[in-house]
Design a protein. Structure first.
Length: 331
C-alpha cells in the first residue's frame, strides 16, 4: 500500500472521458464533490460521424460534438479534466494513488469508465477513418442499422458473432453478405440453414483488400472484388479492464468488470460504468450507468465524510444534501 503523498485527496477520480465518465463527472460536480477526470482521448464515441439514435437530437449529433458538450457541462460545475493516460492505480491509506503524471494523485474513490476497443479490419488508418466518416464502415447496427435500410451490406465475421450480427441486420435489408475474416466460415449446420433461408450470401476466404470510395466500400476476397454500401466488422472487442484487475477486482470470463446493481466492484471505493462493465455499445446505457455510479459514490462517501453545507452568516442553512439523502432504490 502507498502512503503519504498528497495531503488532500480528491473525492473521486474518473478514468475515461466517454459518455459514462462524463455523465458521472457532471453528477459528482453537482453533488459539490471534488472531481478529476483523466482521459487518453480515445473514446469510441468520438469516432461516430453522426448518431441519430441518441434521444433529444432528431437531426443527429456527432460523437465529438456530444463529448465536447458533456465536458463543457462538467467543467462548468467544477470538475477538472486532464488529457493523460492512467498508468497505475494502487491502494492508499486515504483510498487510491492514481498515476498519470509526475506524482500520483490521491483519491477517496475511483470510477473506471475505460470502455473497450473495437477489433478493426486490416486497412490503413487513414482509409479506416475516411470509411467511418462516410458511413461506409459501421460498428454498431443497433445505433445505425436504420441508415442501411434496403442497402447492400456486408458483415465481416463468422461463428456466433458474425451469424448474430448478420441476422440482426436482416431486419433492415435483404441484401446481405457474410464474409469470413480469416478463411473458411465457422458456422454450424443450423446457422448455415438459417442464413440460406434469409437469403444471405456467404463468402469464404480472408479479404486481401478493403478500400473505401466515394459512395461504396470494396472488398477483395478470393480474387473477386465486391462492392457494398456499408461494411459492419463483427470481430469483437478488447475490454480495458487491466487497471481494475491489477487491484484484484473480479473480472468476467469475457474480461468485463463485475459490479453490483449500483456499479460497485468488489474492491471498496472502486466503481465501474459503461462498456467496461457490459459492452452494449449504447451511449444512453453508458450515461445511465455513469449517473448510477456517481450517485452511489456520493452516498458511499457521505457515510465516512458527511456532505454538510456550511451555515450562512444570516443563520440560514446554505443547502445541499446531507448524509441521509439518497435515491429510494440506492443500496
Amino acid at each position: 500500500m502507498v502512503t503519504g503523498l498528497h495531503p488532500h485527496p480528491v473525492d473521486c477520480l474518473i478514468v475515461g472521458g466517454g459518455p459514462a465518465g462524463l455523465t458521472a463527472a457532471i453528477y459528482l460536480a453537482r453533488f459539490h464533490l471534488s472531481v478529476r477526470l483523466v482521459d487518453g482521448g480515445r473514446s469510441r464515441a468520438a469516432l461516430i460521424p453522426l448518431t441519430r439514435n441518441h434521444a433529444g437530437f432528431p437531426d443527429g449529433i456527432s460523437g465529438v460534438d456530444l463529448l465536447d458538450r458533456m465536458k463543457a457541462q462538467a467543467l462548468r460545475y467544477g470538475a477538472a479534466a486532464h488529457r493523460a493516460e492512467v498508468t497505475a492505480i494502487a491502494a492508499h491509506e486515504a483510498g487510491f494513488a492514481v498515476s498519470f503524471g509526475v506524482e500520483p494523485l490521491i483519491a477517496r474513490s475511483v470510477l473506471l469508465a475505460t470502455g473497450v476497443v473495437n477489433r478493426r479490419p486490416q486497412m490503413p488508418d487513414d482509409a479506416h477513418a475516411e470509411a467511418l466518416r462516410r458511413g461506409l464502415l459501421r460498428y454498431c447496427p443497433i445505433c445505425d442499422g436504420y441508415e442501411v435500410t434496403d442497402r447492400r451490406v456486408a458483415v465481416l465475421g463468422t461463428g456466433d458473432r458474425g451469424f448474430n450480427e448478420t441476422m440482426f441486420l436482416r431486419g433492415y435489408t435483404s441484401d446481405l453478405t457474410l464474409i469470413a475474416p480469416t478463411g473458411a466460415h465457422q458456422l454450424t449446420k443450423d446457422q448455415r440453414a438459417d442464413l440460406a433461408g434469409a437469403g444471405v450470401t456467404l463468402v469464404a476466404g480472408a479479404p486481401t483488400s478493403i478500400e473505401p470510395f466515394e459512395s461504396r466500400i470494396e472488398i477483395v476476397s478470393n480474387g473477386y472484388r465486391l462492392a457494398f454500401d456499408s461494411l459492419y466488422p463483427a470481430l469483437g472487442s478488447d475490454i480495458n479492464s487491466a487497471l481494475a484487475a491489477s487491484l484484484g477486482a473480479t473480472v468476467s470470463d469475457e474480461g468485463c468488470l463485475v459490479v453490483d446493481a449500483h456499479q460497485r466492484t468488489d474492491i471498496p471505493g472502486l466503481y465501474a460504468a459503461g462498456d467496461v462493465v457490459l459492452g452494449l455499445d449504447q451511449i444512453s446505457h453508458a450515461m445511465g450507468e455513469g449517473g448510477v455510479a456517481a450517485t452511489t459514490i456520493r452516498n458511499d462517501l457521505a457515510r465516512s465524510h458527511p456532505r454538510l453545507r456550511a451555515f450562512r452568516r444570516d443563520g440560514l442553512y446554505a443547502g445541499g444534501a446531507t448524509d441521509g439523502v439518497h435515491s429510494r432504490c440506492e443500496g
